[in-house]
Write a protein that binds this ligand. Sequence first.
Ligand SMILES: [Zn+2]
Length: 296
Amino acid sequence: MTTTYPSSPAETDRPETEALFAAFIRRLVQDASMLQAIDLGEVDAIIDPVSGHAILLPATQEALRQGAVPTNQMLATLPPEEYQRLLAAGLEPVTLAFGDLLHEPGELIQHIYFPSAGLLVSLLTTLQDHMALEIGLVGSEGMVGLPVAQGIDTSSVRAVVQGPGKALRMESSRFREALKISPVLQRTFHRYTYALIAQITQTAVCNRFHLVEARLARWLLMASDRLHTNPLRFTHEALADLLGVRRVGITVAASALQQQKLIQYSRGNIKILDREGLKVSACECYQKIKDIFDHV
Ligand SMILES: [Zn+2]
């Protein structure tokens, strides 16, 4: 039995000693089978019926403290006390599947997401009578829901999971409160804002001027940097949608890269054979975007 975390732990209400906390839990949980499950370590958290907050049980808290050394680079660069403060304010683990829709244009951003290593999220701009075009890629170097950090409640883009994996997420309102009182967090998000805008700007120019083969090489390198897997699993159709070209354009470009022995393509699996060679084939945008993220 595993409880999900619809809300954050009410840390301020938490009794200080282990014995007091155990008694506190028993006052909240009347059901004998639930108490037994808690004793067996089968429950991660319970919901306080009064406040509606999720209360993480001690083992879960310890796992978050020790096991969840964040693989998200934004969180990893925070001082440990800032990260702990975000955990206490409601940062919670979530597993995301391929195709999960995190935000839609014009809709309220309920949660912000910090992808862990291996999760890949596409930011897409939608147009009437056209397929959505990718304008940004987010992995463990960044976050999804950046407008919240700027005080904006709604998304201007569609955010879709392209590579399944784990993330830490937080309710937007709680994140905004945490940000308000932390200059360290503010600096971290200002830097990421600059880098993401640079990526989006470069992608716009790339989509307009660079050849499909170079753009495909750039995209495969960016995706592999974030997914940490080889081969990558993407069909020609998916790549055509993301790059805003016809499927045949991707087929021709992938064949050219394969003939140069840079990649091997088979049934939706794209294996990068020669990473350095692929960098040479990619347009300049790959290195420009990478340099900005490496140095910001
Ligand atoms: Zn380019």
